[in-house]
Unconditional design. Structure first.
Length: 248
C-alpha cells in the first residue's frame, strides 16, 4: 500500500495538476483581492474570508477535474497493467487513489490559505484574518466534496469518460438552484424524496445559510452532514465494485 501511495504521489508531484492548479488558485486569490481593493464599497470592509471563499471555488473545480481522472488515467495510459503485474490488489490500488485525492485536496487548501494570506497583505490592508468565517467555508466545501468526489469518480468509472464526469460535476454545482426547485416539488408530495443524494448536495449552502436552506432541503444541518458522508461512502463502494470488474 505504501509503495502504491508513493507512486501515486510521485506521479502527481511530477504532473501538471500539482503545479498547474496550485498556480491557478494562487492567482485566483490575488485577483480576488485586487478586485475587492478596487471596489469602492468592498474596499472598506475586511474581505479576507471572501478572498479565501473564492480560492476555495478554484479548489472545488480542481478536485472535480482530479477525481474524474484519478481512476481512468491508469487505463488510458495502460499503466494499470503494470500495477496488476506487480500483484497489487484492485482494492489496494483503489484505496491509494482515494488517499491521494484527499492529500491533493489538503495541498490545495494549504495553497488557498497561503494565497489568501498574501492577497490579504497586498490588497486587504493586512486586516485580521476572519478565521471563523474561513473555517466555515472550509467545512462547507469539505462536506460538499465528500459527496461530490465519490459521485464524480463513480460517473467516470461507469462512462469511462473524464469529460462527462467533469461536466456533470460542474453542472451540478452551478445549476443547484434549478435542481432544488425540481426536487422540492416531489418532496411536498413524497417526503422520502428528501433523502435522495442530490438533495444532500445542498450541504454547502445549508452550512452558509442554515435557516434558509433547511426549509428547502427539509433536513437539519446535522442530518445533511451525515447524509452527505453516508452517500459518499455508498458511491465509493459502488465505484470500487465497478472498478473491480473493469477489463484491462
Amino acid at each position: 500500500m505504501l509503495t502504491l501511495l508513493r507512486q501515486e504521489l510521485y506521479k502527481q508531484i511530477h504532473g501538471w495538476f500539482y503545479i498547474g492548479w496550485g498556480i491557478v488558485i494562487l492567482a485566483l486569490s490575488l485577483m480576488t483581492g485586487f478586485f475587492y481593493t478596487n471596489s469602492h464599497q468592498l474596499s472598506v470592509i475586511n474581505n479576507s474570508s471572501r478572498i479565501f471563499g473564492n480560492a476555495m471555488i478554484g479548489v472545488l473545480v480542481a478536485m472535480i477535474v482530479f477525481a474524474s481522472t484519478v481512476i481512468n488515467s491508469d487505463f488510458s495510459n495502460n499503466t494499470v497493467k503494470y500495477l496488476f503485474a506487480r500483484q497489487f490488489s484492485r482494492l489496494q490500488i483503489f484505496i491509494s487513489k482515494i488517499i491521494t485525492t484527499i492529500l491533493m485536496y489538503v495541498y490545495l487548501v494549504i495553497v488557498a490559505f497561503i494565497g489568501s494570506g498574501i492577497s490579504n497583505i497586498l490588497f486587504n490592508q493586512n486586516r485580521t484574518f476572519l478565521f471563523n468565517d474561513m473555517f466555515v467555508q472550509l467545512a462547507a466545501r469539505s462536506f460538499y466534496l465528500v459527496l461530490m468526489i465519490p459521485l464524480v469518480i463513480l460517473i467516470s468509472n461507469i462512462f469511462r469518460n473524464n469529460g462527462v464526469a467533469i461536466a456533470i460535476g460542474i453542472v451540478f454545482y452551478f445549476v443547484s438552484n434549478l435542481i432544488n426547485a425540481i426536487i422540492s416539488i416531489f418532496m411536498d408530495k413524497l417526503p422520502i424524496v428528501k433523502f435522495n443524494p442530490l438533495n444532500f448536495l445542498n450541504v454547502y449552502n445549508e452550512f452558509i445559510y442554515p435557516k434558509l436552506i433547511s426549509q428547502v432541503t427539509q433536513l437539519s444541518l446535522t442530518q445533511i452532514e451525515i447524509g452527505a458522508v453516508v452517500w459518499g461512502i455508498v458511491f465509493l463502494v459502488i465505484s470500487y465494485l465497478v472498478y473491480n470488474h473493469r477489463n484491462v
